[in-house]
Ligand binder design. Structure first.
Ligand SMILES: NC(=O)c1ccc[n+]([C@@H]2O[C@H](COP(=O)([O-])OP(=O)(O)OC[C@H]3O[C@@H](n4cnc5c(N)ncnc54)[C@H](O)[C@@H]3O)[C@@H](O)[C@H]2O)c1
Length: 411
């Protein structure tokens, strides 16, 4: 079996959880771990020793780790404002890189990732696990089979009540708190934007043109802190910058519209609010499917939704047929294992990843552009074309079971 050596940077909740998943992927050797906090770096060491049996080198400074010539790729799960620079440094040190999700702090750092990848030949893959979610993949499969017709409008969101995690940022040594204090925009756009962009061929015949974002007022975090940490807490009177709900609208070159919502500081159930609406039918998360066919209307009625589970079973993506058993024991319903498997497969075979640096830059840049738009009262902001025109005539993508451009069935 072919194998590759990996270094892991960032070993808090997400990094350590993903490290466990990663070690279950065939061919993955973790030879080094790193975190700014020594206890977390040691946790990484212990996880590798317990699961894989080897003793990885431990670093507090990732630049020291990048000097090693036995590392093929880096898995980075640090903070939103450190991902891009670590990705750039990794590629410039001759290593492929997979980065956890989060938005960019500046347009410039997105260009730096693109330049580093183009100049070094190393890839940068945003590890957007939601692209491999079971339902997202079934929706993609249905779309490719023509069931929704031509897609006209899409929606998505990150609607997750994170008031405790954000407000306890100091105690938990967690990165989100400072972002909510000082920034206002769609801070976490890629969970639904990733699957949306893949579905409508962004950077391959289509592109994102402009974004306009408007924040609501901000109440949720301060109320939660006063109620749960007390009125004497250091942040009990803090005026948080981030609006409780930030709504954005994106226009695409081929005419589609995309709405995104960032909604993490009010009480609510979890939802990514995925909507795909086309000329022949649609999908709406939390509601179901609707198809404009006599057979569908006969079975479900003219104005009713068909249940997600029922339709999904009929149009299951081939990768989920293969991985259903395997994935059931993994994080976030299995999509974490699939995205890590896709990353490892590209590294081990030294081939193009299913999410490349152009996807990574295009999805991450939405955060800083939405901040600009919010600051200007919702003014539309142009979205850069990181392909420099190649989106109208790109080199072919690589086919394979992890492909996100088409549904590939491997023999
Ligand atoms: N895809 C998903 O479903 C999912 C779920 C949870 C978190 N995430 C993402 O994963 C990332 C990590 O999340 P978390 O909750 O563990 O965050 P966290 O803030 O708790 O931890 C970040 C860790 O990175 C370390 N770090 C920061 N800069 C570093 C540097 N220069 N060198 C070495 N280590 C450094 C910190 O010390 C810390 O331990 C975030 O981007 C988050 O958005 C993704």
């Amino acid at each position: 079996m072919k194998t590759a050596n990996f270094g892991v940077i960032g070993l808090s909740g997400r990094g350590s959880g993903m490290l466990r998943e990663f070690l279950a992927v065939p061919g993955v050797n973790v030879v080094a771990v790193c975190d700014l906090y020594e206890d977390r770096a040691k946790d990484g060491f212990n996880i590798v020793k317990e699961i894989a049996g080897n003793e990885p080198a431990v670093y507090l400074d990732y630049k020291e780790m990048l000097k090693r010539d036995d590392i093929d790729a880096i898995f980075c799960a640090t903070t939103w404002i450190t991902h891009a620079r670590i990705a750039v440094d990794s590629m410039r040190a001759g290593k492929h890189v997979g980065v956890e999700v989060g938005g960019a702090a500046s347009v410039e750092e997105c260009w730096q990732m693109v330049r580093a990848s183009e100049e070094t030949g190393k890839f940068c893959m945003l590890l957007e696990n939601c692209c491999y979610d079971r339902t997202e993949m079934a929706v993609f499969n249905m779309y490719k089979m023509g069931l929704f017709g031509e897609v006209v409008h899409l929606e998505g969101g990150y609607r997750h009540d994170l008031r405790d995690e954000i407000s306890m940022g100091r105690e938990l040594r967690h990165g989100r708190l400072v972002n909510f204090k000082h920034r206002c925009g769609d801070l976490y756009p890629t969970h639904q934007l990733g699957p949306i962009c893949k579905l409508i061929d962004i950077n391959r015949g289509n592109r994102l043109l402009t974004i306009s974002s408007i924040p609501s007022k901000t109440r949720g975090l301060r109320d939660w802190i006063r109620k749960n940490k007390g009125v004497d807490d250091i942040d009990a009177n803090y005026e948080f910058c981030q609006g409780d709900v930030v709504s954005s609208m994106i226009k695409c070159a081929n005419g589609e519209t995309i709405t995104l919502h960032h909604d993490c500081s009010l009480p609510r159930p979890y939802s990514r609010d995925y909507v795909v609406q086309g000329t022949k039918g649609m999908y709406e998360e939390d509601k179901g499917f609707y198809l404009d066919t006599p057979e569908f209307k006969e079975k479900y009625g003219s104005h009713n939704w068909a249940p997600v589970d029922e339709i999904r079973a009929e149009y299951e993506h081939p990768i989920w047929k293969e991985y259903e058993q395997e994935s059931a024991n993994h994080g976030h319903g299995g999509m974490d294992f699939l995205v890590l498997s896709a990353f490892a497969e590209a590294v081990i075979n030294d081939v193009k990843p299913p999410i490349d640096v152009y996807d990574t830059a295009t999805w991450m840049v939405i955060t800083c552009l939405s901040e600009q738009s919010c600051a200007m009262g919702g003014m539309p902001v142009p979205i850069p074309d990181f392909t420099n025109g190649a989106w109208i005539d790109r080199e072919p993508y690589r086919k394979g079971k992890f492909c996100l451009e088409e549904v590939c069935v491997e023999e």
